[in-house]
Design a protein around this ligand. Structure first.
Ligand SMILES: [Zn+2]
Length: 85
């Protein structure tokens, strides 16, 4: 938690992203996204996943567990991406 949200790192932003979305915040308005194409692309992927989840479970709000699973999937993706480099 150090300072201006517009200058936070991608790791910091991504660590908070699922929680912020889960709490109903309009994450697309986050200042980090204005400066960071990587995280905009990541958010677009998340929205695709969330839309798919909503189609699978149309009657319920995405549970916290879903966002945790998405967060874990992102972390695994990061790890495998750095290994294959
Ligand atoms: Zn970023």
């Amino acid at each position: 938690m150090n300072g201006d949200p517009g200058t936070m790192s991608c790791a910091e932003f991504q660590a908070q992203m699922a929680d912020r979305i889960g709490s109903g915040e309009d994450i697309a308005a986050h200042p980090h996204l204005k400066n960071c194409a990587n995280c905009r692309a990541l958010l677009a992927d998340l929205k695709t996943i969330a839309d798919a989840a909503r189609q699978l479970f149309p009657a319920v709000e995405p549970p916290d567990q879903l966002w945790e699973n998405i967060e874990l999937a992102i972390q695994r993706e990061d790890e495998s991406a750095s290994k294959t480099r």
